[in-house]
Design a protein around this ligand. Sequence first.
Ligand code: GDP
Length: 478
Amino acid sequence: MREAGMAEEASYDHVLTSEYAVLLAEEFNRNPVVNDEAAFDLHPPPPPIDPSTLPLRPPIVTIMGHVDHGKTTLLDTLRSASVAKGEAGGITQHIGAFSVPVPNSVGTNLQKITFLDTPGHAAFSAMRARGADVTDIVVLVVAADDGVRPQTKEVIQLVQKDPDVQLIVAINKIDKPGVNISKVHNALLVEGIQLEAMGGDIPSVEISGLTGQGLDRLVETITAVAEMQDLRADHEGQACGHIIESKLQKGLGPVATVLLLRGSLKPGAHLIAGTTHAKVRVMNDSTGSPVKAAVPGMAVTVSGWKDLPGAGDEVLEGSEQDVKRAAANRQCKAEERAMMVDIDAINVQRRLDREQREREETDQHEITIETEKPHELRLIIKGDVSGSVEALVSAVQCIGNESAQVKIVHTSVGEVSESDILLAKTSQSMIVAFSVPVSRSTTVLAAANNITLFSSKIIYQVIEDVRQRVASLLPTMY
Ligand code: GDP
């Protein structure tokens, strides 16, 4: 053993494996403690080579803006353009991100732009809440016929808080007759956005997501901004990235889209994300074509996960042993946290039982009923993909005030199950089924257990329902 330890050379910037570190510590008569969690939470040190010599990577772009201003249409047009220009067979699947080739005529070394395929700031905030600050550029879509609206302002505030994100304004729907673009420029100025057209430094492009007008200019502008950002990443070494979304797929089991930010990812690699791990089996791009090696800025679906990872989770590659040990360690901690939620649920039940007994004893039912209402709206959230669950959680958890608020008891991907209904019963929660079908038997079971089950595909409906329920928990003022 000692010989093996001595044989390995360590320079000042060399990262030791835990096995070698243990050997080394023993060599110096020290008692080593291996903390895999700490090892995995440490970001690898910067590469010893000059970062400016690394290859360029595609910028990662998120499209945001007010509802109905044309985000989805723009993404659809960009996506179908990417298929038309790409080599593969024409059909794109929603995997959470797709790449658009930059035409040679733009005269850049940058070859691709990666768009995150989930519009809206809820998804962006959810990713950020998980520490997944992956966006380099935000394209703020403002409909020329509608101007600056509440969500436009929210996006501006979000971007202003993040110095690493560059803003580009896309003034959309310019194909509509009678639109007044200078009115939009002025309205943006009022919000502190000084467009280049107004002598400021924020680029803007006039487009129609519907007809495709101006999209070449948009691609050029994104390319120019990305060149200024000089986004580079090591294409060699262990993979590092983030989960964009995940779902169960028939025949493949848990499948997750990984957005690679550093290193190279190949089938057979061992990955950890959150509390789960994978040996990469199949990797595909957004056209469904198999990928032999993913490079930074590329999003690929990865199968081979033990369980579903969550959107925003950091993905790291390691040896099979390190990855499994760290995942087991994280799982242990997650179970401890889940147990606390269970204990919390039992305590709530006990409190309610005790209050019920006290009510009966004092015979003061009518007088006390108002104060006995629970002031927490407990939620179990089920969704179709982890991205939408994350988006919903981040949107509803800030609803309320100190008197009445939302508490998320449990979230997971998939249809509402019997165990969700049992958990709802024990924890006095309601169930939100977001974009997942609810079977008749589930509805009946929920009703038989007096569980509120709210089902919708529209995030704003869910938010509104939750808002109203939280408001109804507020104590009545006399
Ligand atoms: P989102 O809510 O921001 O994703 O908006 P959508 O992409 O769903 O678009 C809302 C509506 O605006 C739809 O009826 C679209 O057809 C329409 N729309 C989107 N982009 C354009 C555009 O460039 N021109 C016109 N005339 N209509 C558009």
